[in-house]
Design a protein around this ligand. Structure first.
Ligand SMILES: [Zn+2]
Length: 378
């Protein structure tokens, strides 16, 4: 395995904030991932380092967000918001106002941009910000628990430095904010695997949304049916995503690792084990390009923490097949059901699931091949 310099981006400053207690988004997941990795000795040695983020500057935020929106969010953060803010999604049930919402969002975004900077200067080959991945935020819109779109901004900054960016979004929800930002551009290819928008937020991300103008063929949506399991997911990844990633031949990967596609997530209906995430990361590493990875959704906290710890290990090239210390790791997460290292055990798939999921996925693969492959000479 090639030696890789890997930066884990985190600061205790992020622990000062949290969404309201009844909100599904749990900021504390990042701290827990850090804790698990530290106890396993996976944050140092062999080129690994922890890096503290700096908050994103306003001038940088304005490369994606409007001044009007940023002002409303900052004002709301201090406890004052009005109908205009609400109209931009700030103060809704999904995107509530909480104390320091602006400061948190700007620091979490800064963490992703710190990773982008480390990659641009060659200080890191892989960087992971578990506090990032706010892919639903729009230029003038808070949406789907997201206020500041760190991943879109990272793609913008990398593209400004003439990097061709491959954005891959594994969150169970369509990464609409990022896809829409680059819908007419070919220097950032956006690719999203997600549960079918027929049943899940944000209600877009169908396979016929492929980009427009210069960007036609550079937006790739792979919607998946309810109950999609590892084998079906990997088939879609290997038959659609992988050849397109190869044909596009980008300079850098930006990877959103939302863990809400895992089985048992309370907000979605896919049936994946975390092995899928590690397997995809291993595929990406073979391209030998820098990878900027972020967290995202993931509402079963224990499963999400374990998946992100596994993702970091995979990004660093640490093999975690059956060799992780199960007892120690099991105790750390206080999860009595799980005793098998960072990787999930095999998940059973019902006959009914096999009958419904695989034909639907195969249909989507055929339709995407027909739409996209000719554009990329495949
Ligand atoms: Zn999500």
């Amino acid at each position: 395995m090639t030696f890789r310099k890997a930066s884990f981006i985190y600061s205790q400053e992020l622990e000062k904030y949290n969404y309201p207690p009844d909100h599904p988004f749990n900021v504390d997941r990042a701290r827990k991932v850090r804790q698990v990795l530290a106890s396993m000795g996976l944050l140092s040695g062999d080129g690994r380092a922890e890096v503290a983020p700096t908050p994103a500057k306003r001038i940088v935020l304005k490369k994606f967000h409007s001044a009007r929106y940023l002002h409303a969010l900052q004002t709301a953060s201090k406890g004052r918001w009005d109908a205009e803010a609400l109209e931009m999604g700030v103060g809704t049930g999904d995107c509530p106002v909480f104390k320091g919402v602006y400061e948190y969002s700007v620091l979490a975004c800064g963490a992703t941009l710190t990773g982008a900077k480390l990659i641009l200067t060659g200080s890191a080959d892989v960087a992971f910000n578990p506090s990032g991945g706010f892919h639903h935020a729009g230029p003038e819109k808070a949406s789907g628990f997201c206020y500041i779109n760190d991943v879109a901004l990272a793609c913008i900054i990398l593209a400004e430095r003439k990097k061709r960016v491959l954005y891959l979004d594994l969150d169970v929800h369509y990464g609409d904010g990022v896809a829409e930002a680059f819908y007419d551009r070919s220097d950032v290819m956006t690719m999203s695997l997600h549960e079918t928008p027929k049943v899940l937020f944000p209600g877009t991300g169908f396979e016929d949304q492929i980009g427009t103008g210069q960007g036609r063929g550079y937006c790739v949506n792979i919607p998946l049916p309810v109950g999609t399991y590892d084998q079906a997911y990997m088939k879609a990844f290997e038959e659609i995503a992988l050849p397109l990633i190869g044909a596009y031949n980008g300079d850098v990967f930006v990877l959103q690792l939302g863990a809400d596609a895992l089985a048992g997530d309370p907000l979605a209906h896919l049936h994946l084990s975390n092995n899928v995430y590690a397997d995809i990361i291993n595929h990406l590493l073979r391209f030998n390009k820098p990878i900027l990875a972020t967290g995202g959704g993931g509402y079963n906290v224990d499963n999400t923490v374990r998946a992100w710890a596994l993702d970091w290990a995979a990004l660093c090239g640490v093999q975690t097949g059956q060799d992780a210390n199960p007892t120690v790791a099991g105790v750390m997460l206080e999860n009595t059901e799980w005793q098998g290292g960072l990787r999930d055990r095999f998940l059973a798939v019902s006959t009914q699931q096999q009958k419904t999921v695989m034909p639907a996925v195969e249909g989507t693969i055929q339709s995407l091949k027909a739409k996209l492959f000719p554009i990329h000479g495949l």
